[in-house]
Design a protein around this ligand. Structure first.
Ligand code: SAM
Length: 292
């Protein structure tokens, strides 16, 4: 029997057979560690009830593991050289479709409607190309697709920022924006040695699930995202300083800012990293109401 794609021997055999060298420019680091692959699928808790989108199947190591458990898999691979390889490595999995598309350019709602029956839960799973981790995350978060879970391998440092809690070193705009929409947790830490070629830094798998307690809702998501970025523009400065950077320094503006902060019981001298997600939402809405 052929060993699984993600085993070291099979990965080597595939790379040699096709004389494939990983393209750095496309973030190609292939997983050749079955325990990690199994860990990703376990974190995503994939079952027959799920349709799964995968970003960047590579030579199919993760795709194979997903296909074994899922109903349908739709995988986006930008590198056309990998398509004939995937056709062969995934030959036996009839529930997999690979499209030769840049995930960032894809019309996700349309492709989901075309390829999935709408009767299964949607999950998004990937070992991400690290050079576009943030754009991919943002396109998923803002993509207007209803998912049950998103499970993404990325650089450990980015994973820590996404999952960071207030008052910690890593807490910033990325944490606030992600955690506004989703509960975020690190599901798995992964050594750089689990990849070929091995990246310089270690990785981690982040699991996102739609936030259960959405206590505060922003009146406008785009405005909220922009406001959060503005508040963290200078993270060593106070909220008061950053707010003037956003709204301006005119006396009448300063007055309005003070009224809003007083009403929300937020100290102007707090640093942005000292504020909760809900406080950012409350400020967004209150400043809008105040005409700022
Ligand atoms: N899933 C495989 C694995 O775990 O071994 C490969 C992961 S590798 C880190 C990232 C993959 O994403 C590569 O196959 C790369 O060609 C692909 N990729 C890079 N940019 C992409 C994009 N914009 N859209 C879709 N796939 C992309």
């Amino acid at each position: 029997e052929t060993p699984e794609i993600g085993s070291k021997t099979r990965t080597m055999a595939i790379l040699n057979r096709y004389r494939l060298s990983a393209k750095k420019s496309l973030g190609q680091n292939f997983l050749d560690d079955l325990s990690v692959l199994h860990g990703i699928v376990a974190a995503a808790d994939i079952t027959e009830a799920d349709d799964v989108i995968e970003i960047g199947p590579g030579i199919g190591a993760l795709t194979e593991q997903i296909a074994k458990s899922a109903h349908q898999v739709l995988a986006f691979e930008i590198d056309s050289n990998l398509l004939p390889i995937l056709a062969e490595t995934l030959e036996q999995y009839h529930n997999v479709k690979v499209v030769n598309q840049d995930f960032l350019q894809a019309n996700l709602p349309e492709l989901i409607a075309e390829n999935f029956d709408g009767k299964h839960h949607l999950k998004i799973v990937a070992n991400l190309p690290y050079y576009i981790t943030k754009p991919i995350l943002m396109s998923i978060l803002k993509g207007n697709v209803e998912y049950e879970a998103v499970v993404l391998m990325m650089q450990q440092e980015v994973a820590q920022r996404i999952c960071a809690k207030p008052d910690s070193h890593d807490y910033g705009a990325l944490s606030v924006i992600t955690q506004y929409l989703d509960d975020a947790e690190i599901a798995l830490e992964v050594s750089h040695k689990s990849f070929i070629p091995a990246p310089k830094v270690d990785s981690a798998v982040v699991k996102l699930t739609p936030r259960k307690a959405k206590k505060q809702v922003a009146y406008n998501e785009q405005v909220f995202f922009g406001f959060v970025h503005g508040c963290f523009m200078h993270r060593r400065k106070t909220l008061w300083n950053n707010l003037q950077g956003i709204f301006g320094k005119k006396p009448e503006i300063k007055e309005k800012i003070i009224v809003v902060l007083t009403e929300l019981k937020i100290k102007p001298t707090v640093r942005p990293q000292g504020l909760t997600v809900d406080q950012f939402v409350e400020m967004t809405n209150a400043f809008h109401k105040a005409g700022l």
